[in-house]
Design a protein around this ligand. Sequence first.
Ligand SMILES: Cc1ncc(COP(=O)(O)O)c(C=O)c1O
Length: 430
Amino acid sequence: MTSLDLAVNEARERYRTARPESARLDVEAKTVMPGGNTRSVLDFDPFPFRVASVDGPYLVDVDGHRYLDLLGNYSAGLLGHSPIEVRRAVSSALERGWSSGAMRPSEIEFARLVCMRFPSIEQVRFTSSGTEANLMAIATAKHATGRSSVLAFHHAYHGGVLYFGEGGRPLLVPHDWVMARYNDLPSVEAAFEARGDDIACVIVEPMLAASGCIPGKPEFLAGLRSITMSAGSVLVFDEVMTSRLSPGGAQEALGITPDMTTLGKYLAGGLTIGAFGGKRELMSVFDPDSGGTLTHGGTFNNNEISAAAGIAALAEMLTPGVIETVNNRGDRLREALNSVFDSAGLPMCVTGLGSLMTVHVSGGPVQFPEDIVGSDDRLKELLFLEMLERGFYMARRGFMALSIDVTDEDLDSLVAVVSEWADRARGLSG
Ligand SMILES: Cc1ncc(COP(=O)(O)O)c(C=O)c1O
């Protein structure tokens, strides 16, 4: 066994010993839920800790450990764990009552705020999740164009049943998929040459988020815009993650306006939400007054609580200044961590944009998802477990999504702890 293997095993053992209550709950959970959970991404070895409560930007687990939350609920927690503005709006919505099964005024205001914010969205419809938003956007594009195939990218993640990475196939919804390589425009051109007449839409994340925070090259995304435009195909930007990167999303920062956009995550201040929208002409397939014949169901699409929370998030909290501050903070963190790994001579790097980032075991550069396929995961696991030990929580896969509650001082402490860890880790041999 190498010294790196040994260090990982010891870190797992220390993790396990320090968390008897989480260990007990893991066993109990597995009796009633396969794998012990209903959100696979949160699981990790030897078992996940379970959160008892939150305290400002900290999570407190059932064994009493406190962690600075750098994961930010995979981006849904942009506004923190329980922002007062959202709490107030939700309390007042609770007073008005929920589960009304009738239309209410608040979704109009929520929709207006979304349409005002994102350049491509003239009209919007809400869903309960980002996955549903993407399913609906694809269906809209297919119906509007009368075409049957959909171009997506290897390694992209558009939801639980729309995952094109390792292990995603068995759950993939059975559209006629045409696959291309992310950040590789010639592979898209080739697909359009072969199948262009039948490609209803291209669905793309402006930055591959779940598969490693790999930014789309501006020329790649601009290329998708011009290819789809000349082929009469709908360009769908999945901005479920990236819409937080500027007030009008990645599309505004890039100056590229897709035909449709999907949203989710933080949009309702951390409550359940998804949305899809775009050009009026496309969205009119749901408008009987304009001859639209599609219906869009969803018991909770117009739920009063998410609408109220969304209004508070967009109108009161997510000002351009707040968005700029959190993203600048992320840029500085990424730079600082990259320089720590560089100085330590560790084969690790951090990619991403603004407040979204992922740590990789790779000397870089990481420009394509294929650049990190099969990379040795042990250093990342060691970093993850040792950061937990020091009170910092990121995703097991190295992903971080800063919330607006995380301060510069918090990040200075993180960089100091990672730096100390990197000095020790460089002595380990694989
Ligand atoms: C880019 C992207 N699209 C879609 C989704 C799916 O959103 P949800 O988990 O709300 O279904 C995610 C979730 O991580 C995502 O990152």
